[in-house]
Write a protein that binds this ligand. Structure first.
Ligand code: NAD
Length: 325
């Protein structure tokens, strides 16, 4: 039986990844500073601990581990990452986790380690035009991420690549682009755009008004979490190291996302544009490389994913006591 550690298993994508590995027959150890807030935890073993702490990280490797999936990071939505208020924490905490987990994977002869990087590594200067952002993998340099979160991701990509170069450790790097779906943070300030819009629409009356940061003309694409996990598994099974984009090419303005969610909710919704942290003007995944290297691209439409997510968030809004802390 193959064994895996999922760092960040208490989080959104980590919880879904554990489920997937369990379905594939792995023995899985989850690790996180918090338990999964929506009870999405099917791991065989769960270490509740701070991965900034080297001893906690060491304790994860008390048996032969074949694969490590490193998803733990100090992160959140635009309200957490783009105000600048959390920059020192974001850089310090996430870098320390990566330093610990990667080095211990080397020492303990882990066969392969996956690192979850982000579209936030791409330079701001290629994402000023909302209609034509350029996020193909080879445009990352000269580096100019728009946030310290992006700089830490870029530093850590280079850290993993250095370990591959100098130690031969098998690494795989995926750059996630706005992953969404059920059992993701939907309130409290760390939620991402799709979850925030679903919550606001779920809480609004028919004909109601919801707040959107900026003019709503900023564009993004969103990838449903099951597709993300599928891409991670394909990357781990294949020979290609990455970094490679894991995202959707179905880009739309945030105003259109609101229209889509309102349609799913069967409500008429009006938008109140307010100032707020925005990030880049436009961002879209470029899937040329993943199609070439993994012969794969996402197959679900955005509206299919939004339907499932909206339904789940509606249930959370109606029954918040269901949340497991
Ligand atoms: P998440 O916040 O739900 O999960 C991250 C987990 O890391 C959390 O459960 C958190 O408790 C844990 N963590 C943070 N600090 C820790 C510490 N010191 N010790 C132990 N655990 C700690 O986020 P997610 O959306 O599931 O993202 C997973 C990974 O993918 C992250 O590395 C993130 O940067 C990356 N990513 C996500 C997206 C996205 O759209 N969700 C986009 C780009 C990159």
């Amino acid at each position: 039986m193959k064994t895996a550690i999922v760092c960040g298993a208490g989080g959104f994508i980590g919880g879904h990844l554990v489920n997937r590995l369990k379905k594939e027959g792995y023995w899985v150890r989850g690790a996180d500073i918090k338990s999964n807030e929506y009870g999405n935890n099917s791991a065989d073993d769960f270490v509740l601990g701070d991965l900034r702490n080297h001893e906690v990280c060491e304790s994860l490797f008390d048996r032969k581990i074949d694969e490590v999936y490193q998803l733990a990071a100090d992160m959140g939505g635009a309200g957490y990452l783009f105000t600048g208020e959390n920059d020192a924490d974001v850089m310090h905490n996430s870098a320390l986790i990566n330093l610990n987990i990667l080095d211990l994977s080397r020492i303990n002869n882990v066969e392969k380690i996956f690192y979850s990087s982000s579209a936030c590594v791409y330079p701001e200067y290629n994402q000023m035009d909302p209609e034509n952002p350029n996020c193909s993998e080879d445009t990352v340099y000269p580096a100019a991420p728009d946030s310290e979160y992006g700089w830490e991701k870029l530093f850590s990509e280079r850290l993993y690549l250095s370990y591959y170069k100098n130690w031969g450790i098998q690494i795989r790097i995926g750059r996630f682009h706005n992953i969404f779906g059920p059992q993701g943070t939907w309130e409290g300030g760390k939620e991402k755009v799709p979850a925030a819009v679903c919550r606001k629409v779920a809480q609004a009356e028919n004909g109601g008004l919801i707040d959107i940061w900026g003019d709503g003309k900023q564009t993004r694409s969103f990838l449903y979490v099951d597709e993300c996990v599928e891409a991670v598994r394909r990357l781990m099974i294949g020979d290609f190291l990455g970094p490679v984009n894991i995202g959707s090419e179905e880009m739309l303005p945030i105003n259109d996302l609101v229209t889509l969610v309102a349609k799913v909710a069967k409500k008429e919704i009006f938008i109140n544009h307010i100032p707020g942290p925005l990030g880049v003007r436009g961002r879209n995944s470029d899937n040329t490389l993943i199609k070439e290297k993994l012969a794969w691209a996402p197959s679900q439409s955005l509206s299919e994913g939004i339907e499932k997510t909206y339904q789940w968030i509606t249930e959370q809004v109606a029954n918040p006591q269901q949340i497991v802390n």
